[in-house]
Write a protein that binds this ligand. Structure first.
Ligand code: 13P
Ligand code: SF4
Length: 309
């Protein structure tokens, strides 16, 4: 951290203590935010952690919109702030609730599973949510032979490789523009340059990238894998924020970004300055209408019943 960032971090820590607030940051946040946060994790990990904090009434969720909404859904009696209200996930916006309703009408016998990377109104329309870490487990636990899944078609493809059920993606080509950036060529090139390295890819990457990877998993699964593997060189195909985290928390290994420009620009809208202002002014507050909150919560809780956590 530079001098200015250190000063801001100190101000944030002081204010957090005074207000008994908690700063939670996603694995893709800027390094100085990760260093200042109470907890850094994947989206569902952050929500669960917030639930454990009974003393806390104020949560600063340094993430994007759907993650902050999930925090509201799972912590209805806490005030949830997002440092920048323009931190929106374009993939979550690709699946309006109305499209979920239409797909349900078209495939009456199918179950509807939605990735947590969706907005609350869409979540409220599904049977159960999943994360990239537990998508296969959730889908395979269901009785239905057909499963409508959205919004990421690459994650849908990943699930299809591990199930006998028919996966129906909605929308047909929903995607994360950051993970779309990785190409087959990037992986082959990195492998040639680092022949002893292991390749880790997120299931939001294209099928050809997933096929070339040694390990495919969510950001938290990649973190765990890096901790356990004896390999000293890792080629990482996900948003570069995870590499900042790995370098800091699991040093002594070489991390090679498969594509160094894989940056989620809306994740990066959050800054220490905005976190300080959010804490000071207690805004912008994230809200979810009550009827939607209730239904969306049921879908997230169903996931927990299936996975046991
Ligand atoms: P994880 O759930 O793996 O942290 O992924 C979140 C995300 O936004 C991926 O692009
Ligand atoms: Fe959305 Fe992709 Fe950014 Fe994740 S990395 S928040 S899925 S745009």
């Amino acid at each position: 951290m530079n001098k200015e960032q250190t000063k801001l971090a100190e101000k944030i820590l002081k204010l957090k203590k005074e207000k008994k607030a908690l700063l939670l940051a996603h694995n893709y946040q800027r390094p100085e935010i990760q260093e200042t946060a109470d907890y850094v994790a994947d989206s569902i990990g952050l929500c669960r952690r917030a639930q454990q904090e009974e003393e806390t009434r104020l949560l600063v969720f340094s993430t994007v919109d759907f993650m902050a909404e999930s925090a509201v859904i799972l912590n209805p009696d806490k005030k949830v702030l997002i440092p920048d209200k323009n931190a929106l996930c374009p993939m979550a916006a690709m699946l309006p609730a109305e499209d979920v309703k239409l797909a349900r009408r078209k495939h009456r016998d199918a179950a509807v599973v939605l990735y947590v990377n969706t907005l609350a109104e869409a979540k409220a329309m599904c049977d159960v949510c999943c994360t990239s870490a537990n998508a296969v487990q959730v889908v395979n636990s269901l009785d239905a032979k057909q499963v409508i899944f959205g919004p990421d078609c690459n994650l849908a493809w990943h699930i299809q490789q591990h199930t006998d059920k028919e996966i129906i993606p909605i929308p047909k080509r929903g995607f994360c523009y950051v993970h779309k950036l990785f190409s087959e060529g990037d992986i082959l090139f990195a492998r040639e340059k680092h022949p002893n390295a292991e390749v880790l890819a997120h299931p939001e990457c294209n099928p050809e990238v997933q096929r070339l990877a040694d390990f495919v998993g969510s950001t938290s699964q990649m973190y765990r894998h890096v901790k356990e593997t004896p390999k000293k060189e890792l080629i990482i195909a996900t948003e570069i924020g995870l590499i900042d985290l790995l370098k800091r928390e699991l040093p002594g290994k070489k991390y090679i970004p498969a594509y160094p420009e894989a940056v989620c620009s809306t994740m990066k809208l959050n800054t220490l300055e905005k976190i300080y202002l959010a804490l000071k002014n207690e805004e912008p507050v994230v809200t979810v209408p009550k009827p939607i909150m209730k239904k969306a919560r049921r879908a997230v809780e169903k996931m927990t019943e299936i996975t046991g956590r």
